[in-house]
Structure formats: C-alpha cells, structure tokens
Design a binder for this molecule. Structure first.
Ligand code: HAM
Length: 430
C-alpha cells in the first residue's frame, strides 16, 4: 500500500506551532484596526488572465510558477475557462475594487487580507508552494489622496510598528523607486544596452535575463557578478522629476516619524505592476529567502485590468517567514541570561557591582559591563548575551529608577530598583 503524504512544498501545521500562527494573525488584526483597515476575502482562484495582465506575462510567477487548469464547461450556459490558484492577492483585491465599484464611494479603501497563496517554486527553507500572506492595500480615486507620498510613508510606519509588536527585531527596510511605467520601460532598455557587452562575463542566468528581462539581473546573488552589477546604470537616473519628488517626500516623512530605512537602487521587485515606491523588509536570520515582506505602489494597475484610474499601494508579508523568524528568536532568547548591567562611566562601576550582587543573590543570571565601555559597545555585548540591558547612570543611581531595554521587543521601561528583580524574572519579548 502506498503511503500518502502532503504534496511537496505544502505542510501540515500542528499544535503547538499553530498557536504562534494565531498570535501573529491576532496581532496583525489589532494593528490593522488601529490604522483603520477593514478585511477583504477574495476567492483562492481567479481567471488566469487577471494575473497575466497584472503581475505580467514575462514574470517568473506567471511564466512558470502558476497552478493553472482548464475548467470544462458543465452546462450549455457555461464556457470553458482557464483558472489559476492565486499566486498573490493584490490582483484579486483590485479586481474586487473594480467589480464592486468601490471607487464610486470617493473614499480611500484600506483593505487587509490573510490567506493562502500558491506558487510552483523550488521548495526550500522559507519557500513553499502553498504559503500564507498577511497583506494590505490602500487604493482609491486620485481625489481621495491615494497618490500621496503620505500613504506610502504611513504604510511603512505601520509595518515597522507591526514588526515591533510581533517582537521581530533586527529587520532592515529597503526602499527604492521604479518611477512611472514609462521610466521603468526606459530603464529596461538602458540596462539591455549596457548588458550587451557585460552579460557574456556573467552567470548563465544573467545571460538569459539580459535578453528576456534585464531588470532581473539586479536580483542576481552570484558573488562573481556583483562587481559588474554595481557598474550598471541606476534606475534613479531614469526617473522623471515627479517620481524623484515623490520618493523624496516619502523618505522625508519616514525621517520625521523616526522609521529607519536604507535606499536600495537594486530593488526593482519581480512583479510588473509596480510604479514609483518599491520596498522590502529583510531579516538576516532567514538565510537565502530573507524577504519578510515586499510591496510597493501600483498607480496603473486598475486601468491595466479594465478599471478606472485608481492609484494604490500595498504589501504582503510571508506569514511562514514571520513564524520562522520568531521561532529562531525565541530559541535564541531561551539561551540568554536574564540581564546585562551597563554602568555609564567608570565612577559607576562600584554601584553596578552592588546592583549585580543584589540581582544575582535574587537568583537571576547577570553579566556586568564596564563603565569604560561606550554605550554602543555595551549594547552589542548585551544583545549577544542577555535578554535585557539595565542602564545605570548617575540619574538612575540618585532616583533609584532604572532604565531597562528588552532586546526582543525594543521597548524601554523605567523600573524602580525594588521591583527590578521581579521585572527581570519575566520571560520578556512581550
Ligand atoms: P511578493 O514579494 O511576491 O509580493 O511576496 C510578498 C512576500 O510573500 C515575500 O516577501 C515573502 O515573504 C512571501 N512569499 C513569497 N513567495 C513565497 C513562497 N514561495 N513561500 C513563502 N513565502 C513566500 C507580492 O505578493 C505582492 N502582492 C505584494 C504587494 C501587495 N504589493 C503591493 N501590494
């Protein structure tokens, strides 16, 4: 008798891991509610042409990763139809926006979704054929302000908050602009021309991409190709003035909100509908599949699939990758000691030793820094060894109120000395 197993690239999720999935989804729902998003649920399969016209015929997703079948007509009133399991959810949301005439409300639509997506990729850690996305889209007529750079910045600020509240630390936000669809097409041609001489010196994949889809060369991870890629023209030089100003306004708003980011000229993303802002949040702990989430603006998507002009922006997080990151972090947390004491200056060393003695005698595992360390060095040492850092400066010593930072959540708390041992005994990361 043959043994039946879950299909390659699909997985059963069992307790206790499912509790973590529930926790992630509940946190996301809570954060979405605070930012005034409502839930949308679209079908898991759609007409194949929806993805061809939105994600793009030439993309990897549409050209080789979709689960597509011919649905035979079952009655004279039905037509045979090519159907596809959704590889992503933005196309379905925009189709629903058009079908239900949501633009006619004149209001900005802020919609979120949580659900399975399907891509026939080569399975590996963090990459599955059925995976779950938590995503959101902000879309509306131009008069609703849907094109404003404030919408981009607000989404990115929300994502930084959501990751913090999930307890995911150590992420990096990469941001770029791919300009208008004309800018993007122009850049593709600039790259194609530049690659005529360079591609023969590159890996076989790049040689193929240089002809079929030059933008994808920028995604190449082969170490030997990197110096060549760095010499290629940058998309920023193909952007029109409006797109440049839009990006500048997004980054200025991020600066004002205190959301850290890095400009990444190579971030062009693998879906064709993007215009202007593109972004990804990566996490070092994930290995090769290091994108926790990705997204961007798609000001022409509604029109591309037959709808009215409706600029929009959105993102999708890989829920499977959030789970992997949290599991790795929690395992690392479990091995850490309770606290690291950082005296701010050598004169505070004796007081730090006294505090360490107090906490150790209360049964806590404690490492003691040195007042001659710069604060940055103390933070680095503490992050490796301990769940929390306790900062002991002159003010703290006088007031008896200590500053404690939790590395998993990034939160800083003022704790009276008498309550410190009890506070440090809590598992943290919450
Ligand atoms: P995407 O970059 O194709 O964008 O996917 C978003 C995220 O889904 C990725 O960063 C990754 O975390 C996760 N993901 C993708 N493929 C897999 C896989 N095979 N296994 C596990 N996780 C995966 C989109 O899907 C766009 N719809 C995002 C968007 C929304 N843009 C605008 N609005």
């Amino acid at each position: 008798m043959s043994t039946l197993k879950a299909v390659r690239g699909t997985r059963d999720l069992l307790p206790p891991e499912t509790a973590l999935w529930t926790r992630i989804e509940e946190t996301a729902r809570r954060v979405f509610a605070r930012y005034n998003f409502g839930e949308i649920r679209t079908p898991v399969f759609e007409d194949t042409s929806l993805f061809a016209r939105s994600v793009g015929e030439e993309t990897d997703i549409v050209s080789k990763e979709m689960y597509t079948w011919e649905d035979r007509a079952r009655a004279a009133s039905e037509k045979a139809q090519s159907l596809t399991l959704r590889p992503e959810n933005t196309a379905g949301v925009v189709r629903a926006y058009i079908e239900h005439k949501l633009g006619e409300t004149g209001q900005l639509q802020k919609l979120f979704y949580i659900g399975p997506q399907f891509r026939r990729e080569r399975p590996q850690k963090g990459r599955y054929r059925q995976f779950s996305q938590i995503g959101a889209e902000v879309i509306g007529p131009q008069s609703s302000g849907s094109e404003s750079p404030l919408r981009d910045a607000e989404i990115l600020e929300m994502l930084a908050t959501l990751l913090d509240e999930l307890g995911i630390s150590g992420w990096t936000l990469h941001i770029n602009s791919v300009g208008s669809s004309a800018d993007r097409a122009h850049y593709n041609e600039v790259l194609r021309a530049a690659l005529v001489d360079l591609a023969p010196k590159m890996c076989v994949d790049c040689q193929r991409r240089a002809v079929t889809n030059p933008l994808r060369v920028l995604d190449c991870k082969v170490p030997e190709d990197q110096p060549i890629i760095e010499t290629l023209p940058k998309i920023v030089d193909s952007l029109d003035e409006e797109s440049k100003q839009h990006l500048a306004a997004v980054t200025a708003a991020l600066d004002a909100a205190g959301v850290p980011y890095t400009r990444n000229h190579r971030l062009v993303r693998g879906l064709d509908y993007y215009t202007r802002t593109t972004f990804e949040f990566t996490h070092g702990g994930l290995g090769a599949q290091n994108a926790l989430l990705g997204g961007g603006r798609y000001d022409g998507l509604s029109e591309a699939i037959g709808g009215p002009k409706a600029p929009g922006i959105g993102f999708a997080m890989g829920e499977d990758r959030l789970v992997l990151t949290l599991q790795a972090q929690e395992a690392a947390q479990a091995e850490k000691i309770d606290a690291y004491i950082a005296p701010l200056g050598e004169s505070l060393n004796p007081a730090a030793l006294a505090l360490a003695r107090e906490l150790r005698r209360a049964g806590l595992s404690v490492e003691l820094g040195d007042g001659s360390f710069r604060l940055k060095k103390s933070f680095e040492a503490a992050d490796k060894a301990a769940r929390r850092i306790v900062i002991l400066g002159e003010d703290e010593l006088q007031s008896g109120i200590l500053t404690v930072k939790d590395f998993a959540t990034g939160t800083q708390t003022k704790v009276p000395r008498a309550e410190l041992a009890e506070f440090l005994r809590k598992p943290g990361g919450e």
